[in-house]
Write a protein that binds this ligand. Sequence first.
Ligand SMILES: [Zn+2]
Length: 289
Amino acid sequence: MTEAQFEAIFPIGNDDAPKAYLARRRWPDGVHCPRCGNPKVYDLRSRKWHWQCEQCAPDGYRFSVLAGTIFENTNKPLRQWFKVVHLMTTSKKGVSALQIQRQMGFGSYETAWSMCHKIRAAMIEPAKKLGGIVEVDETFIGGKDQNRHWDKQTHVRGGADKTPVIGAVQRKGNVVARVLDHVTKAAAETFVREMVSEKVSLLATDAYQIYDGLTEYPRQSVKHHLGQYVVGAVHTNTIEGFWSIFKRGVVGTFHKVSDKYLALYVAEFQFRYNNRFNHDIFGAVVSGC
Ligand SMILES: [Zn+2]
């Protein structure tokens, strides 16, 4: 969706268009009670975009189109939320809360910041195991030298002030990444077993021994320390490409990301990567809100 398309679908001053869009996305088969799932709800004639469910409350439970979404109980109109979602989904490198604040004309930085984080949380995808050819790799984010050296090859792995992230990508498919407390054999094995199907045709990793216990997988590794990067189909270039998009985003756009919120940025970049061919990425985010 281009900016012009956004403006056409959601004209300024029209409160109904975003609410109708949200209702369609939330309830493609008709309005359901957000509390009990009851599909037999009644339109509240007196209040637009409100319904009543008589199944889950003796006096009837009244709810609006916003009930149970991240848009509930905020003083920002839905159209402004949508605009922020649109800005976040159309920017490849991500947009900072400061950019959002300026572009949206918000008085407070905190407002922009909190909206962005709520939208990131809505981008967290349900886990689905990867198949085919899968690459697994780990990387390190942050630390004092984050603006100088990115390539982990030039470093001792990790370092006390860096946060490890592990990821797996299916070639021509989806990526999945998680923040780890520490890079350990147990953590790496748990991640791979949870995210990667045993039936993959190839599991490509580097020669780091944390993956050695994954004997049920057809694993092959490249020996980066010997200058080996691609041996036939065995390489980790795809996941390294994802790391580089993520790192450029974190450094270039967000400057500093605290460990506490790193997982949310990982979710955002994972979502954008996995929806890179989806023309309806905006709608996909709204559906998760
Ligand atoms: Zn109900």
